[in-house]
Ligand binder design. Structure first.
Ligand code: NAG
Ligand code: NAG
Ligand code: NAG
Ligand code: NAG
Length: 553
């Protein structure tokens, strides 16, 4: 037990910061509607409110849009939907990474000769930022685009399955639509450049990127950059092999170009966006860092738990599958810490299942177990930003569906943003119990101070119940004086089949938008001090301990 700082006269001094509490697992007789307590198991936990274990970026939960949305430019108009902008805005502060496989098959093709010249030095700017209403999508057009998108999404999936990617071009207007979306919804854009444009010597050919940079600079578009997507599989996708040290050189070259630009001289550059470590091409990351580490502001890698084609509901609830993230993260962190100590590490693209997601799972309530656990675990392990594939777009792992309606993981993300601050605190289930330990996963942060309704010192506990039995959490005496605001998320439909629902309940009420520009208030249920926290089976919840008085929060 670590007690308060000796001699400090404030209220913290009488507070044992390192507290233990227990979880009573009540095993109910499932045949009875009214629960009959047969047996209870105690799970002990430690919670340290006296020091911040880690601090993540305030944009920790960020999102992506796959570059395939630009494969046919007209679909970029979807980004003008007021509904989508409302949803995106509620997730700020956050990055929007625009990239993915298709980025390495895309070329900027300006329609106007004007931008082909290198004349971007500071004369008149055509716009000083996009006028948001100018790019707003009229409802009739939105309906038409959504219908066409269903067909396009199918074509894109077929392309992915074939693994052969068509070259496409994009115009200034597509860039304007993208920028207007991020700027008008308050996101920060990271644009992924094509690294497969290469010279006969297999060196990155930067000409096309320079055209795009010139255009964006002229438009005064503030943004950051990436170069290449999953270079470890370039041989499979394009029959080009790029080694780590050459890729590092390519990044240094891009950094030089950015340094010569007034607007981008201090803008972010992130990479190399490698897939999670596998046996194949393990040399790529070390080679890249040895030559190119100084070019990047954060080292990015991608993570998916399972293959979307054969994933099962059991995978989504399996603690062993969830723990694989820790194994992969350790591997990446070891390499980065040894070759580029202090460099931030980001999940540059991540979701539940690769190959576009798992049908009937990645867009349902079930996906929340992987998503919330990833948010908790990644922060605890020291990853700085986690970019969720995708906000909208092809596949089933989107946060917002093809009708532009929010899915369960969107609501989960929104609650996370509102309630969870960047300071990670230590909490652990003590290893005194067997199964229950693995089936209850808990994380603790300071409460997000930006959500003004909470006072200093508040902490947010979030917990996932992977078991089919309810658990009752007994708060320790020292925080049990606190009022608790409870946000329990459950599938909109009961039973195990209900996990496949595309709707979610917050404290019993199904979440939906009030109208296209209005989100519902996300209200917690107040528990008076001293009450137990009851987490239903197969659900997850946030608990704001409003008067925890954690000295570091
Ligand atoms: C949007 O553009 C305006 C004008 O260029 C700029 O002042 C503002 O900071 C931008 N917002 C974001 C989030 O980039
Ligand atoms: C990496 O690739 C470049 C370009 O093909 C080549 O010149 C260089 O020798 C390679 N380096 C290593 C270590 O293989
Ligand atoms: C998880 O759900 C089961 C089944 O309802 C329940 O018995 C158990 O108490 C819950 N666990 C927690 C931590 O709330
Ligand atoms: C909890 O509240 C009671 C009544 O207000 C008070 O007597 C007690 O000291 C408090 N306990 C702690 C640990 O703050």
């Amino acid at each position: 037990m670590v007690m308060g700082h000796p001699g400090s006269g404030n209220r913290c001094a009488c507070f044992a910061h390192f507290v233990t509490f227990c979880v009573v697992v009540l095993l109910f007789n499932t045949c009875l509607i009214s629960a009959v307590v047969l047996k209870s198991v105690n799970v002990d936990m430690d919670m340290d409110l006296s020091h911040v274990a880690r601090r993540v970026d305030e944009r920790f939960l960020s999102v992506t849009i796959d570059a395939s949305l630009m494969a046919e430019e007209k679909f970029m108009y979807l980004l003008g939907s007021p509904k989508l902008r409302t949803l995106a805005n509620a997730l700020t502060p956050a990055f929007l990474r625009f990239g993915g496989t298709k980025q390495d098959f895309m070329k900027f093709k300006p329609q106007s000769e004007y931008y082909l010249k290198n004349s971007y030095s500071g004369d008149s700017h055509p716009h000083s930022g996009p006028a948001c209403s100018k790019f707003e999508l009229p409802p009739v057009l939105e309906e038409e685009l959504k219908r066409d998108w269903a067909v396009q999404a199918l074509l894109l999936r077929q392309e992915d399955v074939r693994g052969k990617y068509e070259q496409v071009t994009f115009s200034e207007y597509a860039v304007d639509l993208l920028y207007s979306f991020v700027n008008c919804s308050g996101l920060e854009l990271i644009f992924g450049l094509n690294a497969l444009l290469r010279t006969p010597e297999n060196v990155w050919d930067s000409q096309n990127a320079e055209l795009l940079l010139n255009y964006c600079e002229r438009q005064q578009y503030r943004m950051s950059w990436e170069l290449g997507n999953e270079p470890n599989s370039y041989e499979k996708k394009a029959e080009i092999r790029v080694n780590g040290s050459q890729l590092g050189e390519d990044f240094l070259h891009l950094r030089k170009i950015l340094q010569n630009s007034e607007l981008y001289s201090s803008s972010g550059l992130y990479g190399p966006d490698i897939s999670q470590p596998r046996e194949h091409r393990k040399d790529l990351l070390p080679g890249f860092l040895e030559s190119g580490a100084e070019a990047i502001d954060a080292c990015t890698w991608h993570h998916y738990y399972v293959n979307g084609r054969d994933a099962s509901l059991e995978d989504f609830l399996d603690p062993k599958v969830l723990d694989m993230l820790a194994v992969k993260t350790d591997e990446v962190l070891k390499i980065v810490h040894s070759l580029s100590p202090g460099k931030k590490v980001w999940l540059g693209e991540t979701s539940s299942a690769y190959g576009g997601g798992a049908v009937g799972l990645s867009d349902t309530f079930a996906a929340g177990f992987m998503w919330l656990d990833k948010l908790g675990l990644a922060a605890k392990l020291g990853l700085d930003v986690v970019m969720r594939q995708v906000l909208i777009g092809s596949g089933t792992y989107h946060l917002v569906d093809n009708n532009l309606d929010p899915l369960p993981d969107y609501w989960l993300s929104l609650l996370y943003k509102r309630l969870v601050g960047p300071e990670v605190l230590n909490i652990q289930v003590l290893p005194s119990t067997g199964r229950q330990k693995q089936l209850l996963r808990v994380y603790l942060h300071c409460t997000n101070k930006e959500s003004s309704s909470y006072r200093k010192g508040a902490v947010t506990l979030f917990a996932l119940n992977l078991s089919k039995e309810q658990v009752v959490i007994d708060l320790p005496a020292l925080v049990s004086n606190s009022t608790v605001e409870v946000f329990v998320l459950q599938s909109a439909e009961a039973g195990e089949d209900g996990l496949h629902s595309r709707s979610v309940r917050l404290n019993g009420d199904v979440l939906k938008m009030v109208d296209d520009r209005t989100l519902p208030p996300l209200q917690g249920a107040e528990l008076p001090p001293g009450e137990h926290l009851k987490l239903p089976a197969l659900s997850f919840a946030f608990y704001v301990l409003k008067q925890a008085a954690a000295p570091v929060c």
